[in-house]
Design a protein around this ligand. Sequence first.
Ligand code: FAD
Length: 474
Amino acid sequence: MIRKTDPQAIAPYLKDASNFSLGFAEEVVIPETPEELANFLRTNNGPITVAGAGTGLTASRIPDGGKIISLERFKKIGGLENDSITAEPAVSLRDLQDRLKSSAFFYPPNPTETLASIGGTIATNASGSRSFYYGVTRDFVLELEGFLADGRSFRLNRDHKIDRPLELGDGSFIEFPSVDYTSPACKNAAGFYVQPGMSWLDLFVGSDGALGIITRARLKLLPRPDRFLSGVLFFAEKENCWKLVQDLRSDHAGALTPCSLEYFDRRALNRLRIKFRQIPDKVDAALFFEQAVEPGGDYDSLFDRWCENLLDRDPLLEDSWFAENDKDLEKFHGFRHELPVMINEENSRLGRVKVGTDMAAPDERFLEMMKFYDRELEAAGIDYVAFGHIGDNHLHINLLPEANDLSKAKEVCQNLATRILSFGGTVSAEHGIGKLKKEYFLQMIGAEALTDLKLIKKTLDPGWILGRGNIFDP
Ligand SMILES: Cc1cc2nc3c(=O)[nH]c(=O)nc-3n(C[C@H](O)[C@H](O)[C@H](O)COP(=O)(O)OP(=O)(O)OC[C@H]3O[C@@H](n4cnc5c(N)ncnc54)[C@H](O)[C@@H]3O)c2cc1C
């Protein structure tokens, strides 16, 4: 087992993509086997924060004291078994995609950041552009192995429900506590997942490193589509883009079943134009879409259907982009990914803490939500960009305030949160709560529900050892 105590060696583990800079730790512990990890945990009684790849946006892997456990040596990908594969937590999404390239399968969760680790994506229940159609990470985790904070091991599959006790490797048991809280029904990554009759496995998915340490997962795969039909549509008026999204979603019986619907507002496009000069002038919004062409499907007739459907909807068809091959598709994904990268770089360069949202609302509030964002943000007088998973009513609003406008920007975020919660939405649809959104989370679920979640935490981690400072405090 490698142990690092030199501050310079620890420093890289005190960062993630949130630009949060207040972390500190006494040591980084790097086990090489599950046995080493278990032995360490059995003798440890101080706080532990698990490090993934550090692409998270909520500072959840950044400790405020104690030790860091990095599973960076856990990098094995197992063999394909029918339509599933095993992976250790440090395997990156890119490694997994590369491994699957020569197979007939693919792993749909695609949080655009391919350096993210399997462990981190499971701990945050990451989603992404294609989750609109395929679902979120949770939907693709079939089995989980790992350890509780005290070193007891667990091995779970989907049949192991919470109405039976959790069986641990040493033969001991833990009963699921009696709680009233249930997680919201919309796309959600805020707090522990709790639903009646769920599996124990689902409790660990999305638990932000606060309930257990994941050392291996079996992941579900889907047959790889023949190809993806894809385009970036530009609109002269944003309202026409919103209307198209709404119609595409309600056209359940139609042939247009996009797996990604990703939005860019005018300000996002203006920023992207620095790197993508081909973006037409004077556009008000853009929509990146993809639809899988399943094996045996007819690409050309699907393409014709999209064009027919778009004709009377006012995208600037002459100026819009359509992928002609896999390279183009990759470029479109790069285009989508570039925006948060540019914003994160800009924030780092200016030493600006991220003031961004990750909220989602239920379908029926979609247009109301879009109009509300538009009004509220224009009135605030602070620079911002709005982009993201519009198909799931899930936009990322990034406020980009001057230093003296920071508290005003936070106030704006608070107003957005209050309204989205009044719609029955969530304050985190995919990034998790981590250390940066705890107040919003309390506002979302209320004190009583928080007591329920604390009870779950204490049941599995009575010493409050794992992920201290994430989601809520003792
Ligand atoms: C440019 C950019 C775009 C992004 N776009 C998206 C997006 O579209 N959708 C989306 O969902 N996310 C997105 N993200 C966020 C990010 O990629 C995810 O949160 C990712 O899932 C975190 O993985 P990680 O390995 O980097 O984890 P880290 O950031 O290192 O850790 C995240 C959490 O997971 C815990 N953890 C890590 N490994 C384990 C383990 N083995 N056992 C238990 N707990 C563990 C940590 O303790 C921490 O609480 C984006 C990030 C960037 C930088």
